[in-house]
Write a protein that binds this ligand. Structure first.
Ligand code: HEM
Length: 160
């Protein structure tokens, strides 16, 4: 399997991502729900991927399944992002990567969807950390996300 280049993820980016994740993870569930709210605002059609959103009328913050799923995804993204510098994307995502890729392939996720999730993640960080936010912080998270998404997409492509 091809290794994902980690050279774009600089030491400065690593420090910025670690600093901001310390703050974001203090309120993981709230931030995760905002993250998913942003996904559905940017691309309303993305709701169709998630039966617990598609078939529900309750507000997102009261939707237990959405909260659980959003928290899982948000937490995995942040926890992997802070390990990127030391381990690289493949190891940061851990041994569950193959299974994770299979789930996304089965759900019908394609490369273009990753851009929507990226935009939603960056929007969430800007909204939730207005005082810490800078173009450098934004770029650091963009690079971290690209490295993680790149590893998932490569694994997905080996399965399609
Ligand atoms: C499921 C992470 C990108 C759609 C999941 C799960 C995780 C995850 C941890 C739960 C897997 C499980 O239940 O064991 C991520 C990360 C992403 C990413 C870290 C980007 C870096 C995307 C994108 C989409 C997407 C771009 C497109 C809409 C889904 C769907 C499921 C899922 C539909 C549910 C699959 C199922 O259980 O049937 N993702 N994801 N994900 N993700 Fe993602």
């Amino acid at each position: 399997m091809a290794e994902v280049p980690s050279s774009v993820f600089s030491k400065d980016s690593e420090i910025l991502v670690k600093q901001s994740w310390e703050l974001l993870k203090k309120d993981t569930t709230t931030n995760a729900v905002i993250f998913f709210t942003n996904i559905f605002e940017i691309a309303p059609a993305a709701k169709d991927f998630f039966p617990f959103v598609k078939n529900s009328t309750v507000p997102y913050e009261q939707n237990a399944k959405l909260k659980q799923h959003a928290t899982l995804v948000f937490k995995m993204t942040g926890d992997a992002a802070v390990q990127l510098g030391e381990k690289g994307a493949l190891e940061a995502l851990g041994p569950g990567l193959k299974k994770l890729a299979t789930k996304h392939v089965t759900a019908g996720v394609v490369d273009a969807h990753f851009e929507v999730v990226k935009a939603a993640l960056l929007k969430t960080i800007k909204e939730r950390l207005p005082e810490l936010w800078s173009t450098e912080l934004n770029q650091a998270w963009a690079d971290a996300y690209d490295a993680l998404a790149g590893a998932i997409k490569i694994e997905m492509h080996t399965q399609i």
